[in-house]
Design a protein around this ligand. Structure first.
Ligand code: IMP
Ligand code: MG
Length: 185
C-alpha cells in the first residue's frame, strides 16, 4: 500500500475500485459504439489517467484527441466563461464524439464545451465523466457514461489536481481544508 502523501485526509476511491469500474464503463461504451469507431475527446489535463486506462479496456476501434481550456471558473468567476488554449487537431463533423472529463462540478466547463463542439456538427456527442459532483451542478449536463458520483469535497488524484499537484496519485483522495484553504479552486 502507498502511504498517503501530505494533505490527503482520506482515500475516497481506491485503485482497485477504480479499475473495476473502468472495466464496466469500457464494456458499456464498447457495446454502445460497436462498429462506430468513436472519437474520444479528452479534456486536459484532468482526463489523462482516466482516459488512458479506459481506452485500454475498450474492444472497439477508437480515435483520441484532446482539448484544453482555461476556465475562469478556476478563479471562482461567476460567468462560467472559458477560453480554449489547445483546440482539437481533427475535424469532428459527422463523427461520433465522446467527451471525456475527469470531473464535472458546476457543469459550466462541460456546458461550454458541449456548446462549442455541438456547433461543429458531430454525428453524435455524449459525455463520459470519471467523477460527477452532482450536488454542485448549476448547468444541466447529460452524462451518458459516469464513473462515480462524488461528494462535495475537494478531490485530488487520478488526474485531478490542486494547483497542478497530486494528479499522479493512483487513487482519488480528499484534500484537507488546511491545504485548500478558502480559495478552494
Ligand atoms: P465545473 O466547470 O464547475 O464543472 O468545473 C470543472 C473543473 O473544476 C474540473 O474540470 C476541475 O478542473 C475543477 N474541479 C472541480 N471540482 C474539483 C475537485 O474536487 N478537485 C479538483 N478539481 C476540481
Ligand atoms: Mg484543476
Amino acid at each position: 500500500m502507498n502511504d498517503k502523501p501530505n494533505g490527503i485526509v482520506e482515500v475516497l476511491i481506491d485503485r482497485e475500485t477504480i479499475g473495476q469500474r473502468i472495466v464496466e464503463l469500457a464494456r458499456e461504451i464498447s457495446t454502445a459504439y460497436r462498429e462506430r469507431a468513436p472519437l474520444m475527446v479528452g479534456v486536459l489535463k484532468g482526463c489523462v489517467l482516466f482516459m488512458s486506462d479506459l481506452v485500454r479496456e475498450l474492444d472497439i476501434p477508437v480515435e483520441m484527441d484532446f482539448i484544453s481550456l482555461m476556465s475562469y471558473a478556476d478563479m471562482r468567476g461567476p460567468s462560467g466563461a472559458a477560453r480554449i488554449t489547445k483546440d482539437l487537431d481533427c475535424v469532428i463533423e459527422g463523427r461520433d464524439v465522446i467527451l471525456v472529463e475527469g470531473i464535472i462540478d458546476t457543469g459550466m466547463t462541460a456546458g461550454y464545451l458541449l456548446r462549442n463542439l455541438e456547433a461543429r456538427r458531430p454525428r453524435s456527442l455524449r459525455v463520459c465523466a470519471f467523477l460527477d459532483k452532482e450536488v454542485r451542478r448549476i448547468v444541466r449536463i447529460p452524462i451518458a457514461f459516469r464513473g462515480f458520483k462524488a461528494p462535495d469535497r475537494f478531490l485530488v488524484g487520478y488526474g485531478l489536481d490542486f494547483r497542478q499537484l497530486y494528479r499522479n496519485l493512483p487513487y482519488v483522495g480528499v484534500l484537507s481544508d488546511e491545504i485548500t484553504g478558502l480559495n478552494r479552486r
